[in-house]
Structures are given as structure tokens and as C-alpha cells.
Write a protein of this length. Structure first.
Length: 135
């Protein structure tokens, strides 16, 4: 299977994973290491960030970097609102009633996200790929 070739779904209700499209979201995966395209498989230690996350982090640090839930000035209020908004989005995404119970309420969700990992690793480490593996 080629590096950017979509991974066919084994379950008809699960869409095909377009590895090339996913790779484009992660700027670091554009790098070459020792003449080969980088494949990063050490996500248990440090996860790479897709462009939207990097952009959001830049906006936060450039415009609203302040103590959340502690400051009474505008940028602290903005930082608090951004944090609470992100928590609500994550809770809604995984189907939790609130962010407080999100991690404990739905631990299988993390496993659901990890299930395609072997297929992704298999496709990503095909010919022409340089892999960074956790020891």
C-alpha cells in the first residue's frame, strides 16, 4: 500500500481513511528524514499537532495568554471563555454530559480512536517512509 493511498474500510459503516489528506493537516509530516518522508509513530509520548491546532495555539499565545478563572481583566476573561468553550466542544464530541465527566465517562472513546492505528501505521510505513518509533 502506498504512503498516500486511502486505507479501505473493513466495516461498511466506517468511511475510508484518506492517509494523504490526513498527512496534509500535519505540517511536520512534510519533513524528510534521511531522504525519506517522515512518519511519526510516538504519539503516546508526544502528539503532533494538525494545522488548525497550531493556528489556535498561536492565536491564544498572541492574543489571550492569561490565567484562566483567576483574572478579572479582559484577556483573562477571553482565555477563560476559550478554555470553557473547548471543554464543551470536547464533551459534545465524545457524547459526555459535561467536560468534568468527559474523560471518565467515555474511556472507550480513546480506544475507538486508536483502533485504526495499526492500519495507519501499516500504510504509513510503506516503501519510501521514514518512521520514528517509540522504544
Amino acid at each position: 500500500m502506498a504512503l498516500d493511498e486511502p486505507i479501505p474500510a473493513t466495516n461498511p459503516t466506517v468511511p475510508t481513511l484518506d492517509v494523504g489528506r490526513v498527512r496534509k493537516d500535519f505540517p511536520i509530516l512534510e519533513r524528510e528524514v534521511r531522504g525519506r518522508r517522515l512518519v511519526y509513530l510516538d504519539s503516546a509520548n508526544t502528539s503532533q499537532k494538525p494545522r488548525p491546532v497550531l493556528d489556535a495555539m498561536d492565536r491564544y499565545y498572541e492574543q489571550s495568554n492569561a490565567n484562566v478563572h483567576r483574572g478579572t481583566y479582559l484577556i483573562a476573561e477571553e482565555a477563560t471563555a476559550a478554555l470553557e468553550g473547548a471543554r464543551a466542544k470536547v464533551a459534545g464530541f465524545i457524547g459526555a454530559a459535561s467536560w468534568r465527566g468527559a474523560a471518565a465517562a467515555r474511556p472507550p472513546t480513546a480506544l475507538d480512536c486508536a483502533r485504526p492505528a495499526p492500519a495507519v501505521a501499516s500504510a504509513a510505513t510503506g516503501e519510501g517512509a521514514a518512521a520514528a518509533l517509540a522504544a
